[in-house]
Ligand binder design. Structure first.
Ligand code: 13P
Length: 305
């Protein structure tokens, strides 16, 4: 069933488990996400960035919406990193049931102003809203933030921000970053900061940059001819702890990008004569399903739908 973000995230926050919000760019990714959720009886969020909207448009949104409506578990279609009021409104018109307005690169006052505008419009249409306070490092489509410009979310500011905007869930900067290269060694999550923000606020919290970048997948990528440097992600136990402290929405994009490319590369390498797309994209879908299943088990969302 197609539901709003609140329908999924409020129970997750109360039940101290996390729900994966996986980025999609095509039918196979969408199928892997929603069919794995159904198989594991897990709620799930499917998110499209502005780049995904540019690439797949209403066609892709309709694939997600149709699969979501026919799914036997709750599914929300979410706009990832909406950059403006206009972008959020456009997504709502396209049928999204959850939108993010990311005005975190502005100062506090302007972030509040822009977020509040989106919240008012979205709530009038029954759609829930994510916003962001603090700044993550890393690369996400059009957004590139240097590590030196990244800063972690201040708990007192988070309280003010939630009060002043009415946002439904809040993305906080807790040490994670977007992409496949999350710092050297074991990337760090500031669990004490999550716990503090959660104790002062009560709404679902969101962790961006939550890919685990599984080493097994990275090795298969290399073995199949892919080139990648010292890739690193968030350790499973760190993410699990984060959900127990108040992280309810967990954003994952990089892991599916890697998994689908592994599936495609392995299929092409094993069968150089193959040119049936189903024999190439099908294996990609299978590898993504395995990665999604692992993530859902780590987050504790299995059996919650
Ligand atoms: P990853 O790059 O860790 O998958 O994070 C994706 C994300 O946060 C999208 O908003």
């Amino acid at each position: 069933m197609l539901v709003t973000g609140n329908d999924i995230l409020i129970p997750a926050r109360a039940g101290q488990y996390g729900v994966g919000s996986f980025n999609t760019n095509n039918m196979e990714i969408t199928q892997a996400i929603i069919h794995t959720a159904e198989r594991l009886r897990s709620p799930v969020m499917v998110q499209m960035s502005e780049g995904a909207i540019k690439y797949g448009g209403q066609d892709l949104a309709n694939i997600v919406i149709d699969l979501a409506k026919r799914a036997t578990v709750p599914v929300a279609l979410h706009l990832d990193h909406g950059s403006s009021y206009e972008s959020a409104l456009k997504a709502i018109k396209m049928g999204f049931t959850s939108v993010m307005i990311d005005a975190s690169h502005h100062g506090f006052e302007d972030n509040v102003k822009e977020t509040k505008r989106v919240v008012e419009a979205a709530h009038a249409m029954g759609i829930s809203v994510e916003s962001e306070l603090g700044r993550l490092g890393g690369i996400e489509e059009h957004i590139v933030v240097d590590e030196k410009d990244a800063f972690l979310t201040d708990p007192e500011e988070a309280v003010q921000f939630i009060e002043q905007t009415g946002t439904d869930y809040l993305a906080i900067a807790i040490g994670t970053s977007h992409g496949a290269f999350k710092g050297k060694g074991r990337p760090y999550i500031d669990h004490a900061r999550i716990e503090k923000i959660a104790s002062l606020t009560g709404i679902p919290l969101v962790a961006h940059g939550s890919s685990g970048v599984p080493q097994e997948i990275v090795e298969r990528f290399r073995a199949a001819g892919g080139q990648i440097g010292e890739a690193a992600g968030i350790a499973d136990e760190d993410l699990q702890r984060a959900t127990q402290f108040g992280i309810a929405k967990v954003n994952v994009d990089t892991d599916l990008r890697l998994a689908s490319t592994v599936g495609i590369r392995e299929a092409l390498t094993a069968n150089p004569k193959e040119f049936d797309p189903r024999k190439i994209f099908g294996p990609a879908r299978d590898v993504m399903s395995q990665v999604i299943e692992h993530k859902m088990r780590v987050l504790g969302s299995v059996g919650k739908a």
